[in-house]
Design a protein around this ligand. Sequence first.
Ligand code: MOS
Length: 743
Amino acid sequence: MKFDTPATTNPIDQLKVIGKPLDRIDGRFKTTGTARYSYERHDVVPNPAYGHVLGAAIAKGRIKSFDLAAAKSAPGVLAIVTADNAGALDKGKNNTAKLLGGPEIEHYHQAIAVVVAESFEQARAAAQLIRVDYQDDGGSFDLRAGMADAKPAKVLGGPADSAVGDFATAFAAAPVQLEQMYSTPDESHAMMEPHATTAVWDGDRLTLWTSNQMIAWGVGEVAKTLKMPKENVRLVSEYIGGGFGSKLFVRTDAILAALGARAAGRPVKLTLQRALVFNNTTHRPATVQRIRIGADKDGKITAIGHESWSGDLPGGKPDGAVSQTRQLYAGANRMTATRLAVLDLPEGNAMRAPGEASGMMALEIAVDEIAEKLAMDPIEFRILNDTQVVPDNAKEASKESQTVGSASKSELPFSQRQLVQCFQTGRDRFGWAKRNPKPGEVRDGRWLVGLGVAAAFRNNQLTKSAARVRLEQDGRIVVETDMTDIGTGSYTIIAQTAAEMMGVPIDKVVVLLGDSAFPVSAGSGGQWGGNNSTAGVYAACIKLREMIAQKLGVNSAEAAFTDGEVRTGARGVALADAARDGALSAEDGIEYGDLDKKYQQSTFGAHFVEVGVDAATAEIRVRRMLAVCAAGRILNPKTARSQVIGAMTMGVGAALMEELVVDKRRGFFVNHDLAGYEVPVHGDIPHQEVVFLDETDPMSSPMKAKGIAELGICGVAAAVANAVYNATGVRVRDYPVTLDKLI
Ligand code: MOS
């Protein structure tokens, strides 16, 4: 089904099942321990051997020699695979560094060997016996030191700089100016389930039960890396204990489980030990950002500039921290620039809302700062500078237009943009009027109390997605698609979609996900999963409805699918009748035209935070939070709310706790476990409220829905930092905002 004109009324609009706060249908399996994760597939792989990965002990250099003798003769050892005996491997196109390193080492804890043994303990013990002689070449590990040599990201395949109008002149002439530097640290996804795979070979065919967000990408990467045809690779990912971007691409666990299983002639299961995850897999790269905003005396932005520096391995990508600054606030003169330094730290890559998450951490403090210079309420300032068209639609800046650019010719409107309404709704609900604009004035016992606000912004991406839907003889509807559920609620919203479309109760729908044997879906990433995957199911259901109508001899345009029946006028036939001669199966998907080129599709929100800061110790406590979101139709308010409160929690982590500490001599993240890498726990998050504005977006898909999972994190950290400032009068611009920075 091609979606290229705005959606009109369709069966989803009945809202009998869609839009209801239904419990997650996978919830019971997860809480009762009956959901099988990739490391637990004893039901299909009864007798696996165990793989244990050895990571490199240097950041950059070479393996001069391996001594494997002691490990090979250790009890239970079946095979040891290194780059020397793995056979020829290619590099996946989504990995900057090789998933099996050696003899060159590209980063600390890059995998250099997998030991396969009869038991987990034997594999782990044998891995400790491997002796490696390294040539250590040092490396560059300090972003601030690397900034001077950073290159325009465009040159390295990253985003181009942009310019509209004449930023330099307008900024210099602005009566009120803000110029500040901000920084965000390296961060880790820290999902609950580590990367894990069970690998089985059947001749030259490989099946991987693996924890992965994007099944079809994964099949391609495995096939490319192992130099085998895609047709011979099957990926299955039924349950996933969190991803946040770290499982967008297959990692070491998948490749080394496959290689280990081939070498041992046995199925192998392998999980990355927690201490390896932080340096072996990807992370959100640290940024240094410079923001300049010029405004006239009335508070209108006349010039806005945002530059960002981040680092990655040679061939890697920058953090896209400036992207939202091209779209969020009005202003005639603007520039953005992205710079990339070469660092020999582990690979930087996508983590929840890559780009906007770190960019908004800086931008939304800067906006607070200039509002204060203008003696304006920060919400009033944001409302005054709202825009209904994309203010920087310029393709890219030429060298000259860095200083003298030209405005884009075509104006690109937003399909929906209720940012102002988010602020207005939240302002009343949160009691913003009680905020004292003068910092450090409000006390509650020993606590200094402050309120903070920030905008949330994240784009909505359209990507094709397919599904197969079957009417069984017993009247059940079975949905098959390779969409994944990374804890987001995909199982549930897909079941709701099929139930709505086919007119059956939700318990008559069976949803099967995460198997490359099924039609290729959008997958889970970039908050595109919910809208696109359900739209794909919608398309397949439309096709199945036509098949059913034909079988029953009714006109599909006039038929209503409701209460387990197909009704035309007064006549109703049981849906299951259509399958009396055998199940009916339809496969289709959603494909998009260019609606997203005619309308910018984005999601919006406003975050409100109240903090208390201990007047003596500077201990920071979040007291309450509110998010107001405008993100298209909310398919399930319960799962959507869970996404947002999870994202708000992650935003508090980014604001107050999370920081991968770089050992700048040896080039690795020191705090590589969940004791040293701190994330919020329940006690840190006392009260959260989420409000969804009533919205449907006919440009997004027949579902009229948009993404929500990444919107929820964008801006949160700045709202916390702004609240801390309001409480104390101390402006912290380098995250995380820890108590030592307040005293
Ligand atoms: Mo997301 S960082 O695209 O999983």
